[in-house]
Every structure is written in structure tokens, then in C-alpha cells.
Design a protein around this ligand. Structure first.
Ligand code: ISE
Length: 342
């Protein structure tokens, strides 16, 4: 069986998914492309044999030649589109955020749980990155004892002009939120965002960098730096400190060159598409495989679920409140066990 996929939203991420599904991922065909900008949709569809443009995202979701949906549209329209996928019983890989507020994310978790099928996967692609998987495996193995702390860093060379301080939390720090939850296997209890003196390259009023402290349920602590105007390149690093050692990923040591006159070095990965290209691919391949098995297993997901999208929304909401109040803010989340099947 070939999974016929509709890609909703073909900006940077959606176009990347459509390309990987067409040219790299086995067992999937992109049959439908949708974007609010028809011209952009046409340009992408023209490069995909057999794909057509459907202008209304809801028509795309219910189309007969669509088995599963990738949502890479702007966050504010996710809620209705994900709900439409649930209503149509179609598996969906939704880019973060699941929705733009905590309440609607929770409603979606409940709606999916009530269906008794796992249909929603969230695009936290780092969980498919080789280095993250190795670090997670090291934590699980207990080889170095229990993990005690994480030091995380997320640096972007630049961000678009519309990026404000809250977006640094919801668009960038959100990955560190998921990373902390994934690596340590527990929820985040509180967030405190400290505000260092802003970088002189940061637009007026933009709180950049930000320094977040996550307190985990068990009392472990995580610090996460988000710095989006470094002017350098894309750097994402994680270090775990254990009882009997430490481990680091994201050193970005690729080709190391030596040349005259006494020069030693390499290049830093320019952006997230390059840094996580392989992870995006593996995420899509595992999702397509899970969709194929879904009718037998009732589980069309292999990776982070709606719950993870909800947890990220709840932590980021606390983060944004911490940013404005300059205090430590408790994360307000329901107990997962209270929603059977979540
Ligand atoms: C972007 O939206 C992403 O999701 C990238 O993975 C992240 O690293 C980047 O900072 C965000 O702006």
C-alpha cells in the first residue's frame, strides 16, 4: 500500500516535507498540495508527479485520494485542521504548535483519546535525530547513574522582524522544552525565564537572549539558553550531567580541515533544515510506516503524540507568563492518567 498524503501549508517546512515524501521517503505519494497562496501551491505541485492543488484545506483533508495529512500551516489554523482530520479519521503529522493555546490543545488530546485511535503525531523532529536518540538511550540504560541536570542551548543566526520575545519561547525554546521532557522522561513542573542584557544586534524591545530554568517533576533542573540574533549560524547543543559522568551532543563536528597557514577548523551548520535534515526524513518515514500498520494496530503514530503538543503548550504558556512577570511560574497541566488513551 502507498500512503497518499496531503500537505497543507508549503512554506519552508511544508515544502521540505513534500520534497522528502516525494523523493526520499518510501511508500508515500504526495497527492494533494494546499496553501493559502495558490501560486506557491502550484509551484510546489508542479514539481511533484501526480500531485494536484486543492485550495480549501478542509476539502483537501476529506479528499478521496488522501489517506493521511501533513499540517505545516501557520499555528493559528492548526486547531480546526487537526479536528477535521480526527473527524475524517485520517492520521495527521502536525508541525508544532499543536494549537496556539493550552485549552484547545487539551481539547484535542481529549478528542483523540475519545476516538480510541492514535491519529495525531507532532513534528518534534529532534526525537528522530541520531544524537538525541543516543543520549536518551544512555539515560535509559542507567550506565552513568541517574541524570541530574541538563544544559541546553538553542542559537539562531537571525530571526524575521515579526519575531517578538514571546515567539522566542513558543517557536524556539519549545524544542528545548520537548528535549528536556524526552531526555528525562518526565514533565516540567515550573519555568523561570531570566532576562540577560539584550544583545546589541537584537531589535529594540526584543528580549534576546533568554535564559530559562525548568524544574522537572522529580526536582532535576534544566537550564536552556535561547539566543536568536547571534549572527553566526545554527547551534543546538545538549549536555546531560549524570551521577557518574556527563554526555554531550550537538557539537556540530563535521568536516575538520587543516590547511596553511596553520589553520584548523570547519563550518557551523547554517540552519535547522541542514542540522536536522536526516531527522526530518526519519520522522516522515517512521510516520508513513506507522500509518500503513495503523488499520491493524489502531495506532497511526510513531513518535511524539498530541499529549506532547499539549505539554509543550502548557510549559510555553508558563514561560511567556514568566517572561512578563519575571518570576518562577508553575506549569498548569492536567494529570495524563485522567485522560485514558492520551
Ligand atoms: C523554527 O521554527 C524551528 O522549528 C526550528 O526547529 C528551530 O530550531 C528554530 O529556532 C525555529 O525558529
Amino acid at each position: 500500500m502507498t500512503v497518499k498524503v496531503a500537505v497543507l501549508g508549503v512554506g519552508v517546512m511544508g515544502a521540505n516535507h513534500a520534497d522528502q515524501l516525494t523523493n526520499l521517503v518510501a511508500g508515500a505519494d504526495v497527492t494533494v498540495i494546499n496553501d493559502y497562496d495558490d501560486e506557491r501551491a502550484n509551484a510546489i505541485a508542479d514539481a511533484i508527479p501526480g500531485a494536484r492543488v486543492v485550495s480549501d484545506p478542509f476539502d483537501a483533508i476529506v479528499a478521496e485520494d488522501v489517506d493521511a495529512v501533513v499540517i505545516a500551516t501557520p499555528g493559528p489554523v492548526h486547531e480546526k485542521q487537526v479536528l477535521a482530520c480526527l473527524e475524517a479519521g485520517k492520521p495527521v503529522l502536525c508541525e508544532k504548535p499543536l494549537t496556539t493555546d493550552v485549552e484547545s490543545s487539551l481539547e484535542i488530546v481529549k478528542a483523540e483519546a475519545a476516538l480510541g485511535k492514535q491519529l495525531i503525531q507532532i513534528g518534534f523532529m529532534r526525537r528522530f535525530d541520531d544524537e538525541y536518540m543516543k543520549l536518551r538511550a544512555l539515560v535509559e540504560s542507567g550506565e552513568l547513574g541517574a541524570p541530574i541536570m541538563l544544559h541546553l542551548a538553542h542559537r539562531n543566526p537571525a530571526v524575521p522582524d515579526h519575531f517578538d520575545s514571546a515567539m522566542i519561547v513558543k517557536d524556539c525554546l519549545v524544542h528545548e522544552v520537548d528535549c528536556a521532557r524526552f531526555l528525562l522522561g518526565e514533565e516540567i513542573k515550573s519555568v523561570h525565564i531570566l532576562k540577560p542584557r539584550p544583545n546589541s544586534n537584537a531589535r529594540d524591545g526584543l528580549q534576546d537572549p533568554q535564559f530559562a530554568i525548568f524544574e522537572m517533576e522529580s526536582g532535576r533542573m534544566v537550564d536552556a539558553e535561547a539566543f536568536v540574533t547571534t549572527g553566526i549560524a545554527y547551534e543546538v547543543r545538549s549536555e546531560a550531567i549524570f551521577e557518574r559522568g556527563s554526555a554531550q551532543i550537538g557539537l556540530d563536528v563535521n568536516l575538520v580541515r587543516k590547511s596553511a597557514p596553520g589553520i584548523w577548523g570547519g563550518t557551523v551548520t547554517p540552519g535547522f533544515k541542514e542540522r536536522f535534515g536526516r531527522a526530518y526524513h526519519d520522522q516522515l518515514q517512521r510516520w508513513v510506516n506507522a500509518v500503513k500498520r495503523g488499520d491493524e494496530t489502531g495506532n497511526y503514530v510513531d513518535g511524539p503524540r498530541a499529549w506532547d503538543g499539549y505539554a509543550a503548550a502548557a510549559v510555553c504558556d508558563a514561560g511567556v507568563r514568566s517572561l512578563t512577570t519575571s518570576t518562577r511560574v508553575e506549569v498548569d497541566m492536567v494529570d495524563r492518567a485522567s485522560i485514558p488513551g492520551a
